[in-house]
Design a protein around this ligand. Structure first.
Ligand SMILES: C[S@@+](CC[C@H](N)C(=O)[O-])C[C@H]1O[C@@H](n2cnc3c(N)ncnc32)[C@H](O)[C@@H]1O
Length: 511
């Protein structure tokens, strides 16, 4: 796991106060040099730490870190290693706040609810440097105190100083032992791996439903999954067929994906600097998302002649763009793309710009997908329902997402998911297929929705989707379980935890 490697890959060196790896010979004082600590040179926090604090504050007010951070980096004029340091600090402090809050409570001797939120954000930023980034503890504490003096005030900075000094007194492992003592297994895992307990339980349930019955195996898999959620994912790119090639992405510095025949992985650098990405011929897209679109396009067809495809709830259009590109490989195909929100329909238009410019038959509209089955019955050959969901399968991408969701969301979303799936089936021609997809492995959102909908109808069968999942070499993906539905996993396949069910509509008995 990347996050873990970060702490262990550099024997013999140390990290400087910005978290940069340095050889031992460069340590201040190693050659009788005296170092002036940054905190002694100025009273304010340094720009990278301030960016982390500002983004944390914005996230507390409802912003998304992945949108807020680039803006904050630009306005602070941070680049290169400084930007990388600020990024790791921001994401780590937000993602790992479950663990850090437990430690801060202990060190402060009071519940985090009694700490002023802007001060708590400074403490989380300090804790991540000390326990998650191997910034030397004295530098992490004094730099964070300087930040707190600037953003929280002199009085609060004394409190931050006292709490962080206590945090530096133990190692991460010692703290984990301390703050998990006396908790149930899932509560302890929740604290150690910084997930809400209800999510840990949901993930355990999903792994069990996917076929892991042995309790010890389940514990091992769950820890791997939680660790994968805490590791920054690689940047995956898609080359939309007919518009770009994988080779073009490789020429721009990416490596061919082993998982997706249309994918590449960018080891470093900014994807927006790649011309094909800027021109929407290629894009950043998780390999799991690529595989589900490829699987739907590859599902065997029962009819001949012209066909219409539908993406029922498409914003911001990543899978629709891949489907549009793939549609050109099948004669006389038109792709219809629907999205309920005007704003997200506009995003879909932008995502599909290159496809439309290339003359691919795509129709984009705004509407409630739940009505489409009644409005356009028996119309489409292939339908994608990439349903609005909790996103519990993509926690590694959104550091704040796990703290925003609640069990109540699952109830609300499953009702919409079932309605969308019913509508999709109504909109499908006899012999056509619906792919029901979520980027959540929560059983209530995956197999439970499929079973509920299929149970109520005579005209649908769930087909075995596993043969449709093929890697870049054309081989069927491994470890797809014993079910006809497919559940991908970050810790197994290296993708988001996408779920895919293929539903075939057949003539109903009375028709
Ligand atoms: C998981 S996202 C789809 C992601 C998309 N397939 C992609 O790859 O970029 C679900 C989308 O469904 C939309 N949505 C939610 N309720 C809807 C409804 N009743 N009808 C149509 N779209 C809906 C949301 O606005 C959101 O854009």
């Amino acid at each position: 796991m990347r996050g873990h490697r970060m702490n262990s890959d550099h024997p013999g060196g140390y990290r400087d106060d910005r978290g940069r790896q340095r050889p031992e010979s460069r340590r201040a004082g190693a050659k009788n040099r005296t170092a002036t600590r940054p905190a002694d040179r100025r009273r304010g926090g340094d720009p990278a730490r301030k960016v982390a604090w500002e983004v944390s504050r914005a996230v507390a007010d409802g912003a998304y870190a992945n949108l807020e951070l680039p803006r904050a980096l630009r306005s602070a004029d941070l680049h290169g290693r400084d930007a990388a340091f600020a990024t790791e600090l921001t994401y780590g402090a937000i993602r790992m706040r479950g663990l850090y809050d437990a430690i801060i409570e202990f060190a402060a001797g009071r519940p985090v609810g009694q700490i002023d939120p802007p001060v708590l954000d400074s403490l989380r930023i300090g804790a991540h440097q000390i326990l998650g980034m191997r910034v030397p503890p004295h530098a992490a504490a004094s730099e964070t105190v300087a930040l707190a003096r600037e953003v929280n005030g002199t009085g609060a900075s004394g409190f931050v100083n006292a709490v962080l000094r206590r945090v530096t007194e133990r190692t991460r492992e010692e703290w984990i032992r301390e703050v998990t003592a006396g908790r149930s297994t899932d509560e302890a895992l929740a604290v150690e791996h910084s997930h809400p307990t209800w999510i840990v339980r949901a993930l355990r349930g999903a792994l069990r439903a996917d076929g892991i019955s042995d309790d010890a195996d389940l514990d091992v898999a769950l820890v791997s999954l939680l660790e994968a959620d805490n590791a920054a994912p690689a940047v995956s790119l898609v080359a939309r067929p007919g518009l770009a090639t994988v080779q073009e992405l490789v020429d721009a510095g990416a490596e061919p994906s082993k998982l997706s025949p249309v994918g590449a992985v960018l080891p470093s650098g900014d994807p927006a600097e790649i011309a094909a990405v800027r021109q929407t011929r290629a894009a950043v897209q998780d390999e799991g998302s690529q595989l589900v679109a490829l699987a739907l396009a590859a599902a065997p067809r029962r009819a001949e002649g012209p066909q219409d495809w539908l993406d029922l709830c498409a914003g911001p259009g990543g899978k629709a763009a891949l489907l549009a590109a793939l549609s050109t490989e099948q004669p006389d195909t038109t792709v219809f793309v629907n999205e309920i929100s005007e704003h997200r329909t506009e995003l879909v238009r932008r995502t599909l710009r290159a496809a439309i410019d290339a003359g691919i038959e795509v129709m984009i509209g705004t509407g409630d997908g739940r009505d489409l089955g009644a409005e356009e019955p028996d119309t489409y050959e292939r339908v994608l329902v990439d349903a609005p969901c909790t996103g519990l399968g993509a926690l590694r991408r959104r550091p704040e997402a796990r703290w925003r969701r609640s069990p109540g969301d699952v109830t609300d979303l499953t009702a919409i998911q079932a309605e969308l799936l019913r509508s999709a089936l109504d909109a499908t021609v006899d012999g056509g297929v619906v792919a029901y997809v979520t980027c959540s492995p929560h059983v209530a959102e995956t197999t439970a929705v499929v079973h509920e909908v299929v149970h109520g109808r005579q005209d649908v069968v769930v087909e075995d989707a596993r043969p449709l999942f093929r890697d870049a070499a054309g081989e069927q993906l491994q470890q797809l379980g014993d079910h006809p539905t497919v559940q991908l996993w970050p810790h197994v396949h290296g993708t988001d935890a996408m779920f895919f069910a293929l539903l075939r509509k057949s003539a109903s008995p009375e028709s």
